[in-house]
Design a protein around this ligand. Structure first.
Ligand code: PLP
Length: 384
């Protein structure tokens, strides 16, 4: 038996444990609707929080950029792939986030890899929340820095760990803002005060906060009365902005440092013009239609209240990410299947994305959900 057979065997083992992942075609029908396995359904599992992925202005902006500049950037940004539209996008993003400067990457994943490996090396230590997004965990593992994990959102545990870091040159605290699978929020003000006491820098991944938090969706920084901008804020164009790409916000010199050092920036092709156009369009809509953020929170509240009234176990938190805790993998899969029969798409999130025995239905809300969609969702949960 060659060892590829062992690999094949592992797929069968995943299947047996209810952990096999499969691709399924989701045919988007506009708004929050889609067709899945010939069944029309409402999507409650996208990150399209503001409904911008098919907003007419976003599409028009994208199309214009496509016809002006062509399909691709044709080279790394540092070679000849830095187009005017990249410059515009980064300037506009920096203004939106309230930072000095910004650098865009092909994905949020790559932005996280870039930042962590640029900031620390073998003389340094990283303190990482246990439930941070996989891209942050991978970023921490990629460096030679000492990697320490603290309990989810526990400032007490973080403090304990910080006390052990005296021998390191630099301390970096890395955290999600709005946690992607649990929907809870880092107490950023207190975390930054604590980090400051130990001369540690804070890096926040605002992937789910951008477009969601703060009065007009600028993100986590505008949600808290912070006196200083954190050392680095990472965000994505791929969630609320409905497009693709990641970005890093920080000081002008840090951004220049990154573009000199970050391998995931230097050795890859610049974002395609049509994608930059879409993100610029999304930023413009976010400036003009700030009521979308209010609508998102109203919808989230309605759904939280509705599901709690039906007796579902929803952890604390208030935003648009709502984990309906189930526990066992098979049960989560069964519920997801039943929901689809009722015309609701919510996928089962299982280990290793979340800890063992905490399989869940991760429900995410959008400003584009209508009252009818919400009624349909609650009716479906009632029938489960
Ligand atoms: C989605 C996500 C990313 C990765 O962003 P992509 O643009 O999809 O690569 C990074 N961090 C968090 C917290 C995320 O949820």
């Amino acid at each position: 038996m060659s060892w590829i057979d062992d690999i094949h065997e592992e797929v069968h083992e995943l299947d047996a444990q209810g952990l096999r992942r499969r691709l399924r075609i989701v045919d988007l029908l506009g708004g929050m609707r889609a067709s899945v396995e010939n069944k029309d359904c409402v999507l409650f599992c996208t990150n399209n929080y503001l409904g911008l992925a098919d907003h007419p202005h976003v599409l028009e902006r994208s199309q214009k950029a496509l016809f002006r500049y062509g399909a691709g950037a044709q080279a790394s940004r540092l070679v000849s792939g830095h187009l005017p539209i990249h410059q515009q996008l980064e300037e506009k993003t920096a203004i939106f986030k309230g930072s000095e400067a910004c650098l865009a990457f092909p994905t949020g994943y790559m932005a996280n890899l870039a930042v962590v490996s640029a900031l620390v090396d073998e003389k340094d230590v990283i303190l990482c929340d246990r439930f941070n997004h996989a891209s942050l965990i991978d970023a921490c593992r990629m460096t030679k820095a000492k990697f320490m994990v603290y309990d989810h959102l526990s400032l007490d545990d973080l403090k304990k760990q910080l006390e052990k870091t005296g021998k390191y040159r630099r301390r970096l605290v890395v955290t999600d803002g709005l946690f992607s699978m649990d929907g809870d929020l880092v107490p950023l003000l207190k975390l930054m005060e604590l980090a400051h006491e130990y001369d540690a820098l804070v890096m926040v991944d605002d992937a789910h906060g951008t477009g969601v938090l703060g009065p007009t969706g600028q993100g986590i920084i505008h949600h808290f009365p912070l006196k200083h901008f954190p050392a680095v804020v990472v965000g994505t164009y791929s969630k609320a902005m409905g497009s693709m790409g990641g970005f890093v916000c920080g000081s002008q010199l840090f951004i220049e440092y990154l573009l000199n050092k970050a391998r995931t920036f230097i050795y890859t092709t610049g974002l395609p013009p049509a994608v930059c156009g879409a993100s610029l369009g999304a930023l413009e809509v976010m400036e003009q239609e700030t009521s979308r953020v209010d609508k998102l929170w109203d919808n989230s509240k309605k759904i939280r209240v509705g599901l709690k009234a039906l007796g579902y176990d929803i952890p604390r938190g208030a935003g648009p990410i709502l984990p309906v805790m189930v526990g066992e993998n098979e049960e989560a899969l069964r519920m997801s299947k039943r929901l689809l029969e009722e015309g609701i798409l919510i996928v089962a999130i299982r280990p290793p994305t979340v800890p063992k025995s905490t399989a869940r239905l991760r429900l995410s809300v959008s400003a584009a959900h209508t009252d009818e969609d919400i009624t349909k969702l609650l009716d479906a949960f009632k029938k489960l």
